[in-house]
Design a protein around this ligand. Structure first.
Ligand SMILES: [Zn+2]
Length: 419
């Protein structure tokens, strides 16, 4: 069995840093330093060399709070989980074989909590409960690890609750946050100042293709195509290689530039893109929605007629409403994610046209529409291709800033048509 960092694609520097920290963490546990003098490891390297134990390189030491940053698909949560496993590893290295590694990677370790926000944000209630649990003594005798995927989706109140825990960390608790960047829009400046940052880069297509072949058993030519088309996003590459529906959706998006023949066509293309994103999102959440509702109804004893049934029904209505609210928020998120994937594909097409117009010696993102992008490059020139690429990126930014998706997409389609 490979060690826990094996799935972290193309991130050699980050992996080396995390390995050193895991070894330092094991030393801290062995010497009991964490319990005796938590300040030794509380603030990490930013606190200055005088806080580091003598003879220990401060940059290799252990820290209570970390932020993993990088573009979507670069493996932020993969890195956080692997590091959590290395912290729980009986050998302190993330061997991949001991029970600590195994249960962490499998998501069943009692002292590792993965927080995956399903709605648009992580609320304060959830965060307080989490912080409280994280302060308890680790049952496995090592660390309490809390992984917060998408820390950029914390509400302000939840961020403050987390900050308090990070400012005065319990001696055996480690927080691992994942966020696109350390920009104040993603992570508050105060939280950032308490954390050590592990930047991940967009993995090169060859590295992504290699892992698809090695771990997922995908044919090399398919893996190479999918890795390039996914633009360094490992999960997306895997989906494209395996799921015919995902391939079909991508093809529909890449047909857009060909379809823009007039104003009417531009509006039609906008509608088609929005509706495809809605349909994709609906398909992705429908199954869990139904299962959740059925589970809740069973738990609430739906259909009961005995004593207290009337009161139970009143309480149940509230809980069902709460569930529906959560599901709606999740559906909105899924829709935005689907639309964003489509826009990234489209941006890749215009990037190809731009690099071709410039005769830049780089491989196209979409090998299957390279001829079409080449025709665009001739027709539009570099300047026209750049304007179109910018229109796609502006659309992404507008949706991120809460402009109604349909309005942003219509504006983009008109800009793509007019150039
Ligand atoms: Zn291990």
């Amino acid at each position: 069995m490979p060690d826990v960092f094996a799935d972290l694609v193309g991130q050699d520097e980050a992996v080396a840093e995390l390995r050193r920290a895991a070894v330092a963490a094991a030393t801290v546990l062995r010497t009991g330093a964490a319990d005796r003098e938590p300040a030794l490891i509380a603030a990490g390297p930013t606190s200055g060399t005088d806080a580091a134990p003598v003879g220990v390189d401060p940059s290799s030491g252990m820290t209570h709070a970390w932020i993993f940053t990088g573009p979507p698909g670069s493996g932020r949560s993969v890195a956080a989980r692997a590091f959590a496993a290395a912290l729980q590893c009986a050998y302190g290295t993330g061997c991949g074989e001991c029970p600590g590694c195994h249960t962490t990677m499998g998501g069943t370790h009692a002292d590792v909590r993965m927080v995956v926000p399903e709605g648009l944000s992580i609320g304060v209630g959830e965060m307080r409960a989490l912080v409280l649990r994280a302060a308890s003594t680790p049952s496995g005798g090592r660390w309490q690890v809390v992984v917060i995927e998408d820390a950029d989706r914390l509400t302000e109140a939840a961020g403050n609750a987390l900050l308090k825990a990070i400012e005065e960390p319990p001696p055996r608790t480690v927080f691992l946050l994942c966020a696109p960047s350390t920009h104040p829009d993603d992570v508050s400046v105060t939280i950032r100042s308490r954390c050590r940052v592990v930047p991940l880069r967009q993995p090169p297509a060859v590295a992504v293709a290699e892992v698809l072949v090695r771990r997922d058993g995908i044919a090399p030519d398919v893996a190479q195509w999918a890795a390039a088309a996914a633009q360094g996003h490992v999960g997306r590459a895997r989906r494209l290689a395996r799921d015919p529906e995902a391939r079909k959706r991508r093809e529909a998006v890449l047909a857009v530039p060909r379809r823009l023949t007039g104003v009417g066509a531009a509006f039609d293309a906008a509608s088609a893109l929005i509706e495809a994103a809605e349909a994709e999102a609906e398909a992705s959440v429908a199954e869990s929605d139904t299962a959740e509702r059925a589970a809740l109804e069973t738990a609430l004893g739906a259909g009961g007629t005995g004593r207290g049934a009337a009161g139970a029904i009143r309480g149940a209505a509230g809980q069902l409403k709460e569930l529906e609210k959560r599901q709606k928020s999740r559906a909105t998120r899924a829709q935005r994610d689907a639309l964003d994937r489509a826009l990234v594909d489209l941006a890749g097409f215009y990037r190809d046209a731009l690099t071709m117009a410039l005769r830049a010696p780089v491989a196209p993102v979409h090998t299957d529409t390279a001829a079409l992008a080449g025709a665009g490059a001739q027709k539009w020139d570099a300047e026209g291709a750049l304007r179109r690429l910018e229109a796609v990126l502006a659309c992404r930014a507008a949706i991120e800033a809460n402009v109604k998706p349909r309005i942003a997409v219509e504006a983009m389609m008109l800009a793509l048509w007019k150039g």
